[in-house]
Design a protein around this ligand. Structure first.
Ligand SMILES: Cc1cc2nc3c(=O)[nH]c(=O)nc-3n(C[C@H](O)[C@H](O)[C@H](O)COP(=O)(O)OP(=O)(O)OC[C@H]3O[C@@H](n4cnc5c(N)ncnc54)[C@H](O)[C@@H]3O)c2cc1C
Length: 366
């Protein structure tokens, strides 16, 4: 029997995860990417592999499976990663209440740790007013820029995946393939525009920053989030104490709700700290960043974390595809063609797990 021929549109993380999954199982894979390299959401993110944020059930399980696959892939590619886990720092009674409730309801996902243990694990946490934190050991930090640049080399050299860079796919019927996976990120216009137009998929713009590299050998420890993040991820919706926190933030910090800001930080392989982020939804993405958003992020950060070098070396924004009613947009617009996108703020986290799940059950519905 001849090898199955698989074509993949897009060399972002969802496309690369599809390529890895199919090529490892013996398919002949070609990846088409319109850029000279991937420049979409996958190189613009925190690099947080973040099971703690995923809704209980399918997504949390998928995230954990994906996390373990990430480790296999990173080891195979000889890429650095940091199995640091995560902390959600609590400075208010309502933040402590949510963190403690989550730890009680889902002890396998995280535990409440004292102020002293938090400071021991996270030397950059601001001690003033700190009550403790929700600690989870499951999160990984990868360097997205390094991963997206290096993984194609592994796929080409070890699994014979062919990369067609600088190649826009405008018609899938021209691809010589038995199956086509469209992992086009937030491009809804080039392929199957009618399907996207009626899909409910939209865009989300996020503003990000990065410090200069921190001093040699300085490590921030677990990837870090503050109380604002507890209102952002689906996982914390199981907590009956969450509405009180949301109400306080809405009343005291409406500008953080207006721009969908929560504050997180992760450290990259070169020692720099990546900071973010905000969430502005809509198909028409503002081309320009808002200084107000960066100032709000940095002001909040000052209250929860200090790094040896706080000066900002880079600012950018990224855009991801998002569906409000579905965890992914996975559709089969015609036989043998699969659209895989709208993984929202969890695309890095779920990428390899999702590719495996879809390989095992292509008719899966979400
Ligand atoms: C600022 C920011 C921070 C984030 N932080 C995290 C995080 O820490 N953890 C996490 O899990 N997730 C995070 N996310 C979400 C995650 O980055 C995305 O869900 C994920 O990268 C989406 O991957 P993708 O492959 O679908 O899209 P993309 O990375 O956008 O890749 C799509 C690719 O397809 C190519 N393409 C499109 N159309 C065509 C065509 N017709 N022909 C050829 N090529 C085409 C594009 O050029 C692009 O390279 C973040 C996102 C952003 C923006």
């Amino acid at each position: 029997m001849s090898e199955k021929r698989v074509a993949i549109v897009g060399a972002g993380i969802l496309g690369l995860a599809q390529a890895y999954t199919h090529a490892k199982r013996g398919s002949r894979v070609t990846v088409y990417e319109r850029g000279v390299q991937a420049r979409g959401a996958s190189v613009r993110n925190f690099g947080m592999i973040w099971p703690i944020g995923q809704a209980h059930g399918l997504l949390a399980d998928l995230a954990m499976r994906s996390r373990n696959l990430w480790v296999e892939v990173l080891e195979e590619a000889g890429l650095p990663y940091f199995p640091t886990g995560s902390v959600h720092l609590a400075y208010h009674a309502d933040e402590e209440a949510v963190a403690r409730e989550f730890a009680e309801l889902a002890p396998e996902r995280g535990r409440w740790i004292s102020r002293d243990e938090t400071l021991q694990r996270s030397p950059c946490a601001v001690p003033d007013g700190l009550r403790g934190s929700l600690f989870s050991e499951h999160e990984l930090v990868v360097d997205p820029r390094l991963v997206l640049a290096t993984l194609p080399k592994l796929l080409a050299e070890k699994y014979g995946v062919v990369f067609r860079w600088s190649t826009v796919v405008t018609d899938v019927s021209k691809l010589e393939a038995d199956a086509v996976f469209i992992c086009s990120g937030d491009d809804f216009e080039t392929l199957y525009p009618d399907v996207f137009a009626h899909s409910g998929v939209t865009r989300c713009k996020l503003q990000m920053m990065r410090t200069a590299p921190q001093p040699e050998g300085w490590q921030m420890g677990p990837a870090l989030a503050g109380g604002l993040t507890l209102r952002f991820y689906q996982s914390f919706r199981i907590c009956s104490s969450l509405p009180a926190l949301e109400q306080r933030i809405a009343a005291e910090m409406p500008e953080y709700d207006k721009w969908g800001i929560h504050v997180m930080a992760s450290q990259t392989a070169d020692g720099a700290v990546t900071l973010g982020d905000s969430h502005e939804y809509g198909l028409d993405v503002d081309a320009f960043n808002k200084e107000e958003i960066d100032e709000l992020i940095l002001r909040y950060l000052q209250g929860i974390a200090r790094f040896p070098h706080m000066q900002i070396a880079q600012r950018w924004h990224g855009v991801y595809a998002r569906h409000f009613d579905r965890p992914f947009f996975y559709e089969q617009p015609e036989p043998g063609v699969y659209i895989v996108t709208a993984s929202a703020g969890k695309g890095m986290t779920v990428s390899f797990g999702l590719a495996e799940l879809l390989y095992e059950d292509p008719s899966r519905r979400f």
